[in-house]
Design a binder for this molecule. Structure first.
Ligand code: GLY
Length: 568
């Protein structure tokens, strides 16, 4: 299929979604007689969207559709997520209004140690936390699919995963985003014989339209579909995974897999003006970083300000909230994160340190706050079904193609999520994020994440959204929330396509998407003392669903960057 045909397919998928939604609506009205809404799915790949739609058409709910979409993405977006990776699934169950986050983040193996990636001088040992078996945490996605099916869905895994298994067996066609991802990781993929055989062609990045079949992954998907969690974490597949990881230099043991647990957590909740935001809680930094930044920004009359004045305040709020990410946040099972971080008083104090005319240097902010000493690549999809169930899910293997290693003959591409830990003092990770003791490596610990599947509720309805993008995930979602809440008339379509800028405390620089901001905007922020830098490319691939509170109608909105071949 030509790339233009592929992009046309997104449009087709939208139209098809509406037809399916109508079928689902009629089905619901016929069976319950109740007022019902419509369904919508927004994902990064048309074949994953189609897998979810198929499950809805078979009577599955949004949670079954989430299984289908996640399993299909594991096949057709191997560079972004997969059985070898982790995820956060934010769920809204219509029957009782329950909102919960399934934490399927990877955990460090039992044999992991704080200094495992450092040499005697405290420097990183090559690319051990990025490439190869040592980089991989114990995956959570397969366990999450089983939890979704067993506790929330209506269909067995074998039904919800059928489309993914077929895609792995029959193959999918390389698209422009695959080419960008494979070029980014070409060398690492070439270094692993199995990864190269599956994802490259004679050691080179395949061309658009080349077919990628994954029969070994199909067998592993089938084991999970037939036997549930035990089909992956125990028995034959588990033994082969461990053997494959150890052959690639890793340290997994069978007890790591047997002991893996999805944790059902309370999501983070906070208000931003008239809207309520529900998003990922720790070990995602999403709730605390976005909550603090938006609480700081709520103390200013942003809507009345010119764009550069507003954007200066936005950057200053991000500087402070990302600083606290580095200082205090980590897996809540291992570290005590200061409660004050989430308080309005703390946000007001942080807001008080902002000079509305001058940038604060990030260096000047350094040091632990006296009141807080108690305590340091990816894909997204959004789903609404006709019954009002919602799913926002962000899934990752970290860098494109994760660790670029396939575990033995399982077809499972390993993650390199261990790089999300603070791997040494002053050692930034692949997203240039730094961190402290709270995010140090420990056996069984989950690395701090930026993945933040989010719901925004206000009088208009519910916006379900999220995006890949590492450390930029949080600034992208916050820009979306700010526009959606503060500017009348901004809808979901605008939220996913907004021009983006980013600041994360360190490095101390304000980056913006090329060609999206005027020279006057750049100069005005430079005049306030910001180091302003044009990014090399646009970023993000936000996938949103909007459910209208009055009509129950759901609509899907995909980021134009994804359709244009932007990776993350
Ligand atoms: N691996 C990216 C994140 O979890 O933030």
């Amino acid at each position: 299929m030509k790339s233009t045909d592929r992009f046309a397919l997104f449009v087709f998928v939208r139209a098809r979604a509406r037809a399916l939604a109508l079928a689902a609506l009629l089905l619901t009205l016929a069976t319950s007689g109740a007022q019902a809404g419509t369904a919508a799915i927004a994902s990064a790949h048309p074949q994953a969207t189609r897998a979810g739609e198929g499950v809805l058409a078979q009577g599955g709910n949004a949670f079954d559709a989430a299984v289908a979409v996640a399993a299909a993405l594991a096949v057709v977006e191997p560079y972004a997520s997969g059985l070898g990776g982790g995820a956060f699934f934010l769920l809204h169950r219509a029957e009782d209004g329950r909102r919960v986050m399934l934490d399927a983040r990877e955990v460090a193996p039992v044999a992991a140690t704080p200094g495992m990636y450092l040499d005697a001088a405290g420097e990183q040992k090559g690319r051990l936390s990025l490439d190869g078996g040592m980089a991989a945490g114990i995956p959570g996605v397969p366990a999450a699919l089983a939890v979704l099916a067993d506790r929330y869905g209506r269909l067995p895994l074998s039904r919800s995963m059928a489309a993914a298994i077929a895609l792995a067996e029959d193959g999918f066609d390389v698209d422009p985003r695959y080419v960008v991802a494979a070029r980014f990781r070409e060398e690492a993929l070439r270094a692993d014989q199995r990864a190269a055989a599956i994802f490259l062609r004679e050691g080179r990045v395949p061309e658009v339209g080349a077919r990628i079949s994954q029969p070994a992954l199909a067998r592993t998907l089938r084991a999970l579909a037939e036997h549930g969690r035990a089909g992956f974490y125990e028995g034959d597949v588990a033994r082969r995974l461990v053997a494959g990881v150890r052959a690639a230099g890793g340290i997994w043991e069978e007890r790591d897999l047997a002991g893996y647990q999805v944790i059902e957590r309370e999501p983070a909740r906070f208000a931003y003006r008239a809207a309520t935001v529900t998003t990922a809680s720790l070990p995602s930094s999403g709730g605390l970083v976005m909550g603090q930044a938006l609480r700081i920004l709520e103390t200013f009359e942003l809507a009345a300000l010119p764009a550069t004045e507003r954007d200066h305040l936005v950057v200053e709020a991000w500087r402070r909230a990302y600083q606290d990410r580095a200082r205090y946040l980590g897996d809540p099972g291992f570290v005590c994160v200061p409660r004050a971080l989430g308080s309005p008083e703390y946000a007001r104090e942080r807001a008080g340190s902002i000079d509305s005319q001058r940038a604060t240097s990030s260096q000047a902010l350094e040091g632990l706050h006296p009141a807080l000493r108690e305590g340091g690549n990816t894909t997204h999809f959004s789903i609404a079904d006709a019954q009002g169930n919602l799913v926002a899910a962000t899934l990752s293997v970290n860098l494109p193609f994760g660790a670029a290693v396939v575990a033995g003959d399982t077809g499972v591409l390993l993650n390199n999520e261990m790089n999300d830990f603070a791997i040494g003092k002053d050692q930034p990770n692949a997203y240039r994020l730094t961190g402290g003791a709270a995010n140090a490596i420990a056996p069984g610990k989950r690395p701090l994440s930026s993945m933040a599947p989010t719901f925004v509720d206000d009088a208009r309805g519910t916006l379900v959204l999220g995006t890949p993008g590492g450390s930029r995930i949080l600034s992208m979602i916050m820009l979306g929330i700010l526009e959606y809440v503060d500017r009348p008339g901004v809808d979901a379509e605008r939220v996913v396509s907004l021009p983006r800028f980013h600041h994360q405390y360190l490095p101390d620089r304000l980056e913006y998407e090329p060609g999206q901001f005027s020279d006057a905007w750049v100069q005005a922020l430079r005049d306030k003392g910001h180091t302003v830098q044009e990014g090399r490319r646009r970023w993000g691939n936000m996938q949103a669903v909007f459910v209208d509170a009055k009509t129950g109608q759901a609509s899907a909105h995909g980021d134009p960057r994804g359709r244009a071949g932007v990776l993350f």
